[in-house]
Design a protein around this ligand. Structure first.
Ligand code: SAH
Length: 373
C-alpha cells in the first residue's frame, strides 16, 4: 500500500547566506546580554533591568521602562529588545479560550502560535520553524516545505506574547499566566536543535533571566530525529518528550512520517525509551488516528507490543483524532474503531488518552497550521 505516492524531499538545512533575525536578549544568557551592551558602549548592568521588563513585567513599550535613563532608553531597547514579529491576525474559538495568532517575522516569513486556556492550565503551542521539512503527508505544515529556522528569541516571543495577553485579562477567565508550552506548532523542533534548546532554557531560567517555568510543563514534540533525541536526553533539562509515531510498523510509518526511512520504528522507539531511562520522564507517544490507515485493531496490538518490549510504565499514548487539512484524502477514525484501539492498548497495560483537539474550526488544531495570509 502506498498512501504517500509523492514524498517531498527531506530538508534538514535551511538555505545559507540568509539575513539573521534581529538579536534580542532572549537569544542570550545573562552574561551575553551584559557583554552585548558593553560592546555597544552601554552600561552592562542595564541588561538585568531590561530582562526584568521583558520576562517579569512583560513590558515592551520603552515609555514604561522608567527605571532606565530617558536619554538612553531607546538605545538600550533597540540593542536588546528589538521588535521581532508583528501580529497580523488573531482568530478565536471555544468562546475565546483558544486563540490562534498569525505572525509576520522580520523577513516576511509567517508562523502561527496557539494559546489554549483550560480550567487548570494555559498552554502555548509554539512554532519552531517557518514551515517544516519533514513532509508528513497528513500535516498542512508539511505540505509547504521549510522556509527557515526560527531564532531562540522568535520562539520565546510567542510565549511572552501569550503571557501578556493572559496577564492583561484578555482571555475569558480573568488574568492568569501561561503554565505550559508545547513545541507542537509549525516545524520540527529537533531539526532546529540549538535555537530550541536556547528557548527551553529561557522558558525555564528563573526570572528575570527567563520566564521561570517548570521544565516538566514544557513538551518537545518530534518526528523522531534519533541522534537529537539522544542529545536531548543529555541536556539535563527534564522536558517532556513527545514522539509522533503514528504507526507501529516501518512499512506504514515510511509513508506517514517519511523520516522513518532514515530512522526505523525500532531505532526511534529505542531512543524514546533511552530518553525515559536517562531523564525519568514518561514519554508521550502521539498517534493521529486515520480511518482505515493506521487505526486497525492489529495495529493497536502491535503498537502495544512495540512499546511493552522496552518496558512498562515508561510511556503514555495520546491518540489524536485526525484533523482535516486541505487536499488530504484521509479522515478521522470511526469513534467505534477509536474506542477499540484504546481498549486494546489499555488491555496491554498502556495508559492511553484521546487528545481534546481544540481550535479545529479556526484551523488551529494539530497539523492545521499553514500560516497563510
Ligand atoms: N514536528 C513535530 C511537532 C509538530 S506537530 C512533530 O511532528 O511531532 C504536533 C503533532 O500533530 C504531531 O504529532 C503531528 O504528527 C500531529 N499532526 C500533524 N498533522 C495532523 C493532523 N492533520 N491531525 C492530527 N494531528 C496531526
Amino acid at each position: 500500500m502506498s498512501v504517500n505516492p509523492n514524498p517531498l524531499p527531506l530538508v534538514f538545512d535551511e538555505p545559507r547566506g540568509r539575513k539573521k533575525p534581529p538579536r534580542h536578549l532572549a537569544d542570550l544568557d545573562e552574561d551575553g546580554r551584559k557583554q552585548l551592551l558593553v560592546d555597544a558602549g552601554l552600561p552592562g548592568f542595564r541588561a538585568k533591568q531590561l530582562s526584568n521588563h521583558y520576562f517579569t513585567r512583560l513590558v515592551n513599550d520603552p515609555a514604561e521602562m522608567t527605571d532606565l535613563p530617558a536619554a538612553q532608553r531607546e538605545e538600550l531597547v533597540s540593542a536588546l529588545l528589538p521588535e521581532l514579529m508583528t501580529p497580523l491576525r488573531t482568530l478565536e474559538a471555544d468562546k475565546g479560550t483558544t486563540r490562534k495568532t498569525l505572525w509576520k517575522l522580520f523577513d516576511g516569513a509567517l508562523v502561527e502560535s496557539v494559546l489554549m486556556r483550560y480550567k487548570d492550565r494555559t498552554t502555548m503551542c509554539v512554532s519552531s520553524q517557518a514551515g517544516c521539512g519533514m513532509a508528513c503527508p497528513f500535516c498542512a505544515t508539511g505540505q509547504g516545505g521549510l522556509q527557515r529556522n526560527m531564532s531562540t528569541a522568535e520562539i520565546v516571543e510567542q510565549v511572552v506574547a501569550g503571557a501578556r495577553v493572559m496577564a492583561a485579562g484578555e482571555v475569558p477567565g480573568g488574568p492568569g499566566r501561561v503554565s505550559n508550552v508545547v513545541f507542537m506548532g509549525m516545524g520540527e523542533p529537533l531539526a532546529n536543535y540549538k535555537a530550541v534548546i536556547g528557548a527551553v532554557r529561557r522558558l525555564t531560567d528563573p526570572t528575570p533571566a527567563g520566564l521561570g517555568m517548570s521544565a516538566r510543563h514544557v513538551t518537545v514534540s518530534t518526528v523522531g530525529l534519533v541522534p537529537r533525541i539522544n542529545q536531548l536526553a543529555e541536556e539535563g533539562i527534564p522536558v517532556t518528550l513527545a514522539l509522533s509515531l503514528h504507526a507501529p510498523d516501518d512499512e506504514l510509518r515510511n509513508e506517514l512520517v517519511p523520516i522513518n526511512t532514515r530512522f526505523s520504528v525500532a531505532e526511534t522507539v529505542d531512543a524514546a525509551h533511552n530518553y525515559f531511562a536517562k531523564t525519568g520522564r514518561r514519554v508521550s507517544i502521539e498517534y493521529a488516528m486515520m480511518r482505515g490507515i493506521n487505526d486497525q485493531a492489529h495495529r493497536a496490538d502491535l503498537l502495544g507490543d512495540v512499546l511493552n518490549e522496552r518496558g512498562h510504565g515508561w510511556v503514555h499514548v495520546n491518540l489524536i483524532p485526525l484533523n482535516p487539512t486541505p487536499g488530504s484524502k484521509w479522515t478521522a477514525s470511526d469513534p467505534e474503531d477509536e474506542r477499540e484501539f484504546v481498549r486494546r492498548l489499555e488491555a496491554k497495560g498502556i495508559s492511553t488518552t484521546v487528545r481534546d483537539t481544540r481550535g479545529s474550526d479556526i484551523d488551529g488544531a494539530c497539523g492545521q497550521l499553514a500560516a497563510v495570509e
